[in-house]
Design a protein around this ligand. Sequence first.
Ligand SMILES: NC(=O)c1ccc[n+]([C@@H]2O[C@H](COP(=O)([O-])OP(=O)(O)OC[C@H]3O[C@@H](n4cnc5c(N)ncnc54)[C@H](OP(=O)(O)O)[C@@H]3O)[C@@H](O)[C@H]2O)c1
Length: 386
Amino acid sequence: MATMSAGMIHRSPCRGPAKGRTAKAPTKHHGPHNSYSVQALPHDAHHRTGEARSGIRRPDIASMSMETRKLMEAVVVGEAGQLEIQPVPLPQAKHDEAIVELHATSINRGEARRAKQVAKPGFRPGWDVAGVVRQAAENGCGPPVGARVVGLLTGGAWSEFTAIPVTALAELPPGISFAEASCLPVAGLTALYALHRGASLVGRRVLVTGATGGVGHLACQIGQASGATVIAAIRDPAHEPFVRRFGADAVALIGDEASAVSRYGPYDLIVESVGGAMLEACLPALSPHGLCVALGVSGGRRFSLDAEAFFRARASLTGMVLFHDLQTIESAATGLSRLLSLMARGKLRPHIGGRRPWLEIDSAADDLLKRAMPGKIVIERRRDEH
Ligand SMILES: NC(=O)c1ccc[n+]([C@@H]2O[C@H](COP(=O)([O-])OP(=O)(O)OC[C@H]3O[C@@H](n4cnc5c(N)ncnc54)[C@H](OP(=O)(O)O)[C@@H]3O)[C@@H](O)[C@H]2O)c1
C-alpha cells in the first residue's frame, strides 16, 4: 500500500525536560474547590442545553481550573447500566504521558456495546480523545502545553482530563477540528491497518463491508487514496450516495442477502467488519490468493466454510485487533499523524452523522447501537472553535 512503508514511520521528537515547560502536577494542588456542589455549569450554553434535555445536573467542578481541584468529570457506567457523568480523581501523568483536556470524543460500536451491555457499574469507557495539552510529558517528548491533539487510550477516555502516552498522541494540523479528529483513533487506525494487510493496493479490488459505519467509510476513503478500486457493500440503497461520496468506486447492494456480495467480486482484499453471514458470503468471493481481514461482529459471530473451495482458491482469512497492531505495526502517534496528513491533503474526511453534547452520551451510545445514522457520532465537551 502506497501510504504504508517503514520509511514513513515518524517518532515524536523529544525535546528533553525543560524548566517551566510542564505545568505543576494537578494532584499537588489542594485549592478550596475540591468538594462538589451540584448546580448547573455556567460556562457553556451548548452544554446547558444538553443538561436540560437529558435532565442530568452536573457538579460545578468543570468551571474550575485544573490546578485548583482534585476531581474532574468522567463518564462512568451507573448502577442501572446507563452512562453517567460522575466526579472522579484527576489523572496522574507518568513521565512519558501528557495531560489532555477533552474537547471531543467519538463513540465506537465496540466500546458502546461493552459499556451498555457488558460492563459492571463503575466501569469507565472511552478510547478516542481530541483536545488540548494542559501538561506536557515530563520526559520532554510529544506535544507542548497548548497543542491541539488527538490521541488513543485503552479505556477511560471519556473524561475531562486524561493522561495519554506521547506515543499515542498526534498534533492536529491547522483547519482540522476536534470533532473530525476525534473520529480517527479507533475507527481510522482500524481501517488503516486492515488495508495495510493488503500490501500494495494499486489497481486491486477491495470490498469494504459495513461501508456506512465508522470503520467502513474511512476504509473506503483510505483504500481509494491508496489506489485501489473500492467496492462498498451496503444493505440500504438510500446509502449509495453516501458511500460514493466517501470513497466507494462501486457499490455492492446486498439488501438482506449477504451472499449478493459474490455478484460484484472477485475481490483481492476484503475489509470485513460485519461477521456471521457476511463473513461466510465473503470468503467464496475472494480472488485466488485473496485475503479477507475479519475485524468485527456487528451482524454475527459464527459462520460456516466450504473448506475445500477455500483452500483450492489458496485464499486467506486473518483476524485483526487494533490494540495488538499498535504493538507490532507502529505507534498510534505515527498512525494518527499519517491519517491527519491524508485529511490535511483532502483525501480523508470523517463523516459526523451526529454531534451531541457531553451530557447526552448515554442516548448517543444507544443511537449508535441502533445504527441511527451513517458515519460517526461525536460527543462534544467543549464548543469546537474550528
Ligand atoms: N478488531 C478491531 O480492532 C476493531 C476495531 C474497531 C471496530 N471493530 C468492530 O468493527 C465493527 C464495525 O465497527 P464500527 O465502529 O464501524 O461500527 P458502526 O459504525 O456501528 O457500523 C456498523 C456497520 O455494519 C453494518 N451492519 C451492521 N449489522 C449488519 C448486518 N447484519 N448486515 C450487514 N451490515 C451490517 C452497518 O450498516 P447499516 O448502516 O446498514 O446499519 C454499518 O455499516 C464492530 O463490530 C466493531 O466492534 C473492531
